[in-house]
Design a protein. Sequence first.
Lengths: 122, 274
Amino acid sequence: MSLYQVQKLIYQLNRDPRTRERYGRERDAVLAEYELTDEERRALVGTAEEGPDIGLLYVLGVNGQLLMHFAALHKVEWNAYLDAMRQGLVKHGPVREGVYAATGYEGVEAHDARLKREREKH
Amino acid sequence: MPLVYCGACSHAPGITARAERADTQTRQALESALRRMGDDIRATRPDALIVVAAEHFANFFMNNMPAFAMGMADAYEGPIEDEAFLRIKRTRVPGNKALSRKLIEGVMQTVDVAYAEEWKFDHGISVPLHFLTPSYDLPIVPANINCQGPPLTPLRRAWAFGEALRSAADAVPERVALVATGGISHWPATPDSGKINEAWDREFLARWAANDREALLSYTDAEIYKNGGQGGFEIRTFIAAAAAAKGAKGTIDFCEPIPIFAVSCTTARMQLGT
């Protein structure tokens, strides 16, 4: 398990334009600089059509503050980002490390509706 | 000069990134509250604004994670986030290296703070500044408390950092303002984003407004995680601001849960000099 290495690469990509540029030009060479398992590498690379496997990265335990911006960097829209994590949980099971586990939530729409009802009552 | 302003506000990226998805009336009320906070800060004629934030891996990572850090540069850049995502244009924000150095030297008398001559802002600073100082004309002194990579800075040390910031600010001739930024309960960037423990938030803010040191420091990280989520660890910044207020009481000017922004959006200030 080398979650630290996955997160370090994402940290560099998120903050450093030169690393991003290199990653676009010679991704394999950049990836080779980090000690990654096959699964981690697969999650980071994903597929040509869909980009990185956000769901698997989430389950591997990547800190949400790194993952959210990594997803944005790959132009993954907010709802698609949330769905990718949900699908990751279905496909790969619970989050394996870190503090970003899913704990259950009614969802924004239901929550908004509940708040609206409560505001109307007062 | 004694600290001229001490407040706290939310920094959730959704406030700008997903602005149009919130209820219009509530969003406008929040944005007005944030702009009013900016007006209040400017009314104190500050020479610089210390922003005590909980950063999210823009500068610090688990290869060398400081419990506390402060910026010491004449300029900073931010936000690091994708501009199309955060909807804040990357810009240069003025700092004040000489003042930063004096403040850091003051803080170091009691708290081992790391300093950084390079610092990239993330949403933790850029979202508040977008509303508080939209012209980016007030020099910023960024400060960070590790709320992100466990082991986290203990709450009691966050309090000590706030006290040290206050002593340092009081000892310089410049007029220094301070704003802490962070969420209270939230489960950000997870499938549960939007979940908010409003009762827990209001209880925390009541303790903050009363500036009740023991009550503010009585939370354990296990309790925070259970009731306030991983985002709740950011209460450290509010705690530092409470300490910096040196016993003054506070006012909660705005507090509304806005699920699409993922937090109880808040603006609050301490009544310094009362």
